[in-house]
Design a protein around this ligand. Sequence first.
Ligand code: HSE
Length: 405
Amino acid sequence: MIKIAILGFGNIGSGVAQAIELNQDKIVQATGEKIELKYIVDIADLSASPYCDRVVRDFAVVEQDPEISIVVETIGGQRVAYDYTRRALLAGKNVVTSNKELVSEKGYELQQIAKEKGVNYLFEAAVGGGIPILRPLTQCLAINHIREIYGILNGTTNYILTRMFGENAGFEEALREAQALGYAEANPQADIDGIDACRKIAILADLAFGVNVSPAQIYTEGIRRITVADTEFARQNGYVVKLLGRAVKRADGKIYALVAPHLIEKTRPIAAVSGVFNGICVNGDLVGETMFYGSGAGKLPTASAVTGDILDIVRRQGTCCTASWSEGRADYVADLDEMNLAYFIRVHAQDAVRFQKAFPDAQPFGICGDSAGFLTEVLPTVQVNSRLEALSSKGVEILSKIRKL
Ligand code: HSE
């Protein structure tokens, strides 16, 4: 019998308890063992919960109990979660988490502690909810030099974009729905402003390229500036607009890392990822492009990934299967000005001719309402910016500027 503790009994924590109870047969089949939830550590009033007999307030009870070999951290955030995770690892316990904030900020340090102690710190659920991505990336695709990893990493914003621009819902209405469905972060600004996706692409970059990337090194832009006009231009010209996290390896070993809205050709598989679903594409030198797709948020999909990690630990009892990466460097993430990209640009219709003089090779996307859209050729971003600045100084207002994938 494997005894575990769950720290934080909210949406995901209670989902893990439910998953263990519902699918105990699969646990036994996969591991030959049963899993018992011995403790729940939470400060909330859980007296109405069927698990109320297991609630303890003091984490020290878990820390000091030699029967507990696996701790599930679903508290979220950094403060308490960091303290408990550190202490659990130092006490020689395996830790499994869905906490992308903590993994992206402190994962390197916590992984070092796990390695020293010969235990695991696993976080499959931290990226892509229920989608298996970290283990395929670090195991099945380990032979590949990864060239690029990009994806729709935030279910809430993808849900909002799908509802607003495909189905004419208002922003607030779409956000409320995403919250009611349990997709959004406690503070949904983390979703809307791309912060959640930034944490996830940081983790993916750590594992794909083997060097730590901190969220602070990643350019992050959310969905607030996307307008109906942008999506209409996109639609009329065979594109969709999606919020992407991207990490791209350069020939000199540095990477570009960013979160931003992108124009994507409708024919690309990732363009079809709608609603709360996530899609993650990994481009490796041997495998080419692969795509991982599924529920990127939600109670049971996320619990599925958490319990998958638990089972992996049980199966490998006594061994460490933790992936590792090296310490980061300030100059490892390259300046995005150096990135070669095509951009969708929208200007007032009256400025279309002046725009075309500055970007003679840009493809016209037509007129929609009183604005004109263009897709530039692939250019160094610094050049796009300097031409746009020159236009602005002559009174041309740049209404939208969206990268093309
Ligand atoms: N708020 C996150 C999302 C939850 O919407 O994707 C899953 O990480």
